[in-house]
Write a protein that binds this ligand. Structure first.
Ligand SMILES: NC(=O)c1ccc[n+]([C@@H]2O[C@H](COP(=O)([O-])OP(=O)(O)OC[C@H]3O[C@@H](n4cnc5c(N)ncnc54)[C@H](O)[C@@H]3O)[C@@H](O)[C@H]2O)c1
Length: 446
């Protein structure tokens, strides 16, 4: 197919490999494939301008294909400077005529120039992974241009007041893919500045229960191993945060023979970790003992100067939470006597004044996407099926949604999980009439 679309990708010559990877991922995405086929026939997204700010991976490419099949006029931009798969981005442009603005390793200016490209598309529906698109639109609508990056400000400052309002006002709904994004959007709602309806796709059971746990669990260890080649067995792995992602990371590290230590701030989750068989302690106690540290909290400065100072020689440190703020890398840089960037791909060495060498993986950005390929397609099948169906549902609700964060309707979770089971060849029982009645009655007791 001849390329007619524009975009900003590393090299269109990479498209052949990217195409192979997109088709390979598609094999493991039967639910999304079924949606694409139906969308192709029914065109529920016809006439819709969509801007998606997502990790540009082979799985996302298959979501993009489904949205395009449904009739959407889609622009895709990176949701993280290090998570783009350049070959996939090239193939989307060259083979699928989808404009993509994403280059692995792009600097902050390029990242926000790409965000601006997504906004210039004047979307009716947006998809975010971390709420960068919505937050930019909200800042613009509030005329708080000092709070947006210069690359966005340059464009937004030329918009009239009415155009700034209609940028956000024309959005029927925005889909949010990750925990951190949902937290930011709920905070906007609480502050009364959320100016569009949001669907918290992350909170669908068929998303966080599987993607955050099994996807992040497997791919985080994959990223660590690709970056370092370290032996996990017998090592002491400190996992900060025992939420959905942390449970997955801890479980997989344990399965590979690590001695896993969990740090938490939530007493219930700390108890859960303890009863799941993990050692639980605070970071100050864990710092001197860990061989590998993985943060997955969605919080800021979870590992700080005092923790780095206490770590042993050779400790590896990485993050799999959404933003690169979980490790206080500015503090580490200030404390280091010398820094050797790129001692191998995705590894920076910091030598402290006590002679200890600490290794930061993937610049503190999500290690599973920086150094590996992100979540396996089979799990993204469910997350992106929920994305596509939530988009379709939001359109049916046009005009009746308020500027709030909504959950994905249960029927979508049920449909996705039922079809996923079918495609896995798993049959489950159904309630008999007697059982169905018993479950809603109170008369029968001891
Ligand atoms: N790497 C990926 O591909 C990927 C995938 C999904 C989600 N995420 C991101 O991972 C992060 C975690 O997501 P989640 O779904 O597990 O969230 P979650 O809310 O289920 O869990 C986060 C946990 O971290 C704990 N926590 C907060 N501050 C802490 C601190 N200072 N020390 C120790 N623990 C602390 C919380 O108590 C909570 O239990 C988010 O930023 C999310 O967006 C990343």
């Amino acid at each position: 197919m001849a390329t007619t679309v524009v975009g900003d990708v590393k090299d269109l010559a990479l498209a052949t490999v990217g195409y192979q990877r997109i088709v390979w991922a598609e094999r493991d995405m039967p639910v999304l494939r079924a949606i694409r086929q139906r969308f192709e026939a029914e065109k529920p997204l016809a006439g819709l301008r969509m801007s998606a700010c997502l990790h540009v991976t082979a799985e996302t490419a298959n979501l993009a294909r489904a949205l395009q099949a449904g009739g959407a006029d889609l622009v895709l931009v990176a949701s993280n400077p290090l998570s783009t798969q350049d070959d996939v981005a090239a193939s989307l442009v060259k083979d699928f005529n989808i404009p993509v603005y994403a280059i692995k390793g792009e600097d902050e200016h390029s990242y926000y120039r790409h965000i601006a490209a997504a906004l210039q598309h004047k979307p009716h529906v947006t998809m975010d992974d971390g709420a960068d698109l919505v937050s930019a639109m909200v800042f613009i609508a509030l005329n708080r241009l000092d709070d947006v990056h210069a690359e966005v400000r340059g464009w937004a400052s030329k918009l009239s007041s009415a155009e700034r309002q209609s940028l956000v006002g024309d959005v029927v709904a925005s889909m949010e893919e990750t925990t951190t994004g949902v937290i930011r959007l709920r905070a906007m709602e609480k502050d009364g500045v959320l100016k569009l309806p949001v669907i918290a796709v992350n909170d669908a059971m068929t998303k966080h229960f599987f993607d955050n746990r099994y996807g992040t669990g497997q791919s985080t260890l994959d990223g660590v191993i690709r970056a370092t080649d370290m032996l996990i067995a017998g090592s002491r792995v400190v996992v900060a945060g025992y939420g959905w992602c942390g449970k997955g990371v801890a479980m997989r590290a344990k399965g590979m023979g690590a001695h896993v230590i969990v740090t938490e701030v939530d007493p219930i989750r700390a108890l859960e970790a303890a009863m799941d068989g993990f050692e639980v302690m605070d970071m100050a106690t864990a710092a001197p003992t860990g061989d590998l540290f993985i943060t997955v909290t969605g919080n800021i400065h979870v590992i700080r100067g005092e923790h780095f100072a206490a770590m042993k020689d050779g400790a590896m440190i990485c993050n799999s939470g959404h933003f690169n703020v979980e490790l206080a890398l500015d503090q580490l840089a200030a404390q280091a006597a010398s820094t050797n960037k790129g001692v191998r791909e995705f590894v920076d060495e910091y030598v402290l004044s006590n002679g200890n060498r600490l290794y930061v993986l993937g610049e503190g950005r999500l290690i599973n996407l920086a150094a590996a390929h992100g979540h396996p397609a089979s799990v993204m099948d469910m997350s992106f099926a929920a994305q596509a169906l939530a988009t379709e549902w939001a359109l049916t609700q046009k005009g009746s949604l308020e500027n709030k964060v909504y959950n994905v309707p249960k029927a979508i979770d049920q449909w996705v999980s039922t079809l996923k089971l079918q495609t896995m060849g798993i049959h489950i029982d159904t309630l008999t009439a007697e059982q169905a009645k018993y479950l809603v009655s109170w008369e029968m007791g001891t």
